[in-house]
Ligand binder design. Structure first.
Ligand SMILES: Nc1ncnc2c1ncn2[C@@H]1O[C@H](COP(=O)(O)OP(=O)(O)OP(=O)(O)O)[C@@H](O)[C@H]1O
Ligand SMILES: [Mg+2]
Length: 394
């Protein structure tokens, strides 16, 4: 491919950025760096370009407005945005409107941008042939972008999460000295008012429990980030050694209990106190259960009257365990049921719409099946199976 055949337009209001861009890519590509959206539109009136790379934030016209214009005027041009991942909302909006093909996440890496420029030229040529291949290419690229955003978020999560874990561990340590407080309280007798005694008693009993729960949450989050990092690197993860689902079910119920209580409902587990070891990582199973149980608890909130319940059952079935999460929330219309599990589909204002998609991926990755049944006005039932670990031959 002749990489200088077509023009690539780069828009950034900061001069140092333009200089770096031209110096980095001017040798290999036919690039033109411009300071504003207006300058870009002016140039495009006279010249054809294969791709537009624009910064998101600019004084005269936002990157978004420029993209909308360019999409209208020159639909064949490949549009790429440079942005900080913290601008996630406009990014997702642009994905949905089909405004851009790719994002470059700041701070960018030279080799990565070079690949994107090569890709843009290729996509532009394919686009001129109006091939279905281009469409597929665009879709794949969207997922690649999401992957690099996830990697950036993960990277920035590491520090605060480590800090949180250390502090929670410390809190647990402090909790141990509460035995002493208990002894002092016992010795104080009538010197303590009833009210002070109640306050101190709460501290002594609740703090160690809180610290324990917080630490479990920290561990789950840390394992999740490790798991996601491995997934993004596509490194094979270790073969799971097998987990008993019951403690994980109970943990997920604990995490979601507050939501159910707010909805004046309850969550319970019905099943044996221990089960066969399942062929799935404990972090993965925790993610699945928290997502599905949380959806059930959130459905109780939507139901908006007391008497709501989420029941989790587990039974051993042929070769594995069958787990069911049943709720008597509002259920789903046929339309919603059809769309559930499509990434970013959500009917909740604060939902990301990644929960079910993730559950399905994890369950199927473990060799299980994942099914949702729902009747509008009655409730929803999620059923999934996870195979048992193969028992060693004896
Ligand atoms: N138990 C349920 N009862 C009713 N509707 C449900 C239930 N579970 C899922 N849904 C519907 O499916 C949609 C997608 O669920 P999903 O878990 O994938 O995303 P979300 O809950 O909206 O957001 P999040 O990514 O935070 O989980 C929900 O917005 C809701 O409309
Ligand atoms: Mg959800």
């Amino acid at each position: 491919m002749n990489t200088k055949e077509h023009l690539i337009v780069y828009v950034d209001d900061e001069r140092p950025n333009r200089i770096v861009f031209e110096q980095s890519f001017g040798n290999r590509f036919n690039v033109r760096a411009l300071p504003s959206a207006a300058a870009a539109l002016e140039l495009l009136r006279n010249e054809t370009a294969a791709a537009l790379i624009t910064d998101q934030r600019m004084p005269d016209m936002s990157g978004h407005e420029l993209l909308v214009k360019v999409k209208q005027l020159y639909p064949e041009m490949i549009r790429v945005v440079i942005t900080a991942y913290s601008d996630l909302d406009p990014i997702l909006a642009a994905v949905n409107e089909g405004l851009v093909a790719r994002y470059i996440i700041k701070p960018w890496d030279r080799a990565e941008v070079e690949q994107i420029l090569l890709w843009s030229l290729e996509a532009f040529s394919l686009g001129r042939q109006k091939s279905a291949l281009q469409l597929r290419l665009m879709q794949t690229e969207r997922l690649v972008t999401l992957g690099s955003m996830a990697a950036a978020v993960l990277h920035d999560l590491h520090q605060p999460l480590t800090n949180l874990t250390v502090n929670v561990e410390r809190l647990g340590e402090v909790g141990k000295s509460l035995e002493k407080v208990q002894q002092l309280m016992d010795a104080a007798g009538a010197a303590l008012t009833k009210k002070d005694r109640t306050t101190l008693q709460e501290l002594v009993t609740e703090l160690p429990e809180l610290a324990r729960d917080l630490l479990t949450s920290c561990t789950v989050m840390t394992n999740m980030t490790v798991g996601l990092k491995q997934f993004l690197k596509a490194e094979p993860t270790a073969e799971p050694s097998g987990v008993d689902p019951v403690p994980i079910i109970q943990y997920a119920i604990g995490v979601c209990r507050e939501t159910a209580v707010r909805a004046r409902g309850r969550i319970s587990y019905e099943g044996p106190p221990a089960m066969a070891k399942l062929h799935i990582g404990s972090t993965e199973l925790t993610q699945v259960l928290i997502n599905v149980v949380a959806n059930g608890a959130q459905a109780l909130l939507a139901r908006n009257k007391s008497g709501g319940r989420v029941v989790v059952t587990a039974v051993e079935a042929e070769g594995g365990v069958l787990i069911t999460i049943d709720d008597n929330g509002p259920g789903m219309s046929a339309e919603v049921l059809r769309k559930v599990g499509t990434p970013f589909f959500s009917t909740r204002p604060e939902g990301t719409g990644l929960g079910v998609a993730q559950c399905r991926r994890l369950v199927e990755g473990a060799g299980g099946t994942f099914v949702i049944n729902s009747v509008e006005g009655q409730g929803t039932q999620v059923t999934f199976t996870i195979p048992k670990v193969a028992s060693p031959r004896g």
